[in-house]
Design a binder for this molecule. Sequence first.
Ligand code: ADP
Ligand code: MG
Length: 321
Amino acid sequence: MPGEFQLIQQFFQREQAEQPAAGVLLGIGDDCALLQIPDGKQLAVSVDTLVSGVHFPADAAPDHIAERALRTNLSDLAAMGADPLWFTLALTLPEANEDWLRSFSRGLFACARTYGIALVGGDTTSGPLSITIQVMGAVAPGRAMRRDGANIGDFILVTHSLGDGAAALAAIQGRITCDESAIEYLHERFYRPVPRLRESALVREFASAALDISDGLVADLQHICDASDVGAIIDVETLPLSPAVQALQNQAQALEWALSGGDDYELCFTVAPEKMADIAMLIAQGELVATVIGEIVPGNKVICEYEGEPFALANTGYQHF
Ligand code: ADP
Ligand code: MG
């Protein structure tokens, strides 16, 4: 069995060395990486851990696990309005299985290439399988989409569709049945969620606040309300649902998933009324896929309404503890 250093070299250092990376003065191999932040930019940093059996099934394909880990981290950069630069990887492995590592590395670097982010360091330890990725990105001063910028009267929008993450998990666990094309779509959405970096670059000039939806729309929008000291109304009938979710037997369940399912990794952002014309133009031109789903109002809570009537929710979001 190869030693730790050989593993790092074979599956991470060598792979990364084949890809040019801007700003990396010194990458994998020394005590620290040395990185040059682009001129005039601020550094945005975020870290997330994925634990086997909690954030992904223990027997999931290693390339899927790697892709999901990096993509969900990239989603945080998108939510902040930052462009990807570099990442580090802390890997805890139960055993040094070369086949597993080869597949993991393939998935990781396929994703890294797609989104132009470079691996600059990490840590490798032995223990129950877990993957921690820290991403770093660049954002222009004053351009970051923070959670504390929403104002009363702002429109609330989300990108693409909601509820796919929860529907995918239900499909994977055999709790729902769908046709083959829907299954394929939901699998892709679950294992390879698209970090909304393109959308982020379009809206960051106009958005007053933003985040990515990982725990469910209601739970995550509440974070914007708390940080901005405002309330929000969601018009449930406007929630964008994918054809796969629209086709589900139980439409009440579908709405529930769209509101509180989690794992969607769409952007939720707020826009002041005077800036809505710019956003509407991007949508009309087909540049941006986003839907107005509600409004920021006085108060401190997220309220759901269906055609003007209160809409009760059984479950408001995934909580780890
Ligand atoms: P140290 O003992 O100084 O922490 P390590 O042996 O942990 O050094 O790591 C040696 C080098 O390999 C460092 O540059 C580190 O960033 C890199 N590294 C370790 N594990 C990984 C990994 N899983 N992915 C990428 N780089 C890694
Ligand atoms: Mg170390």
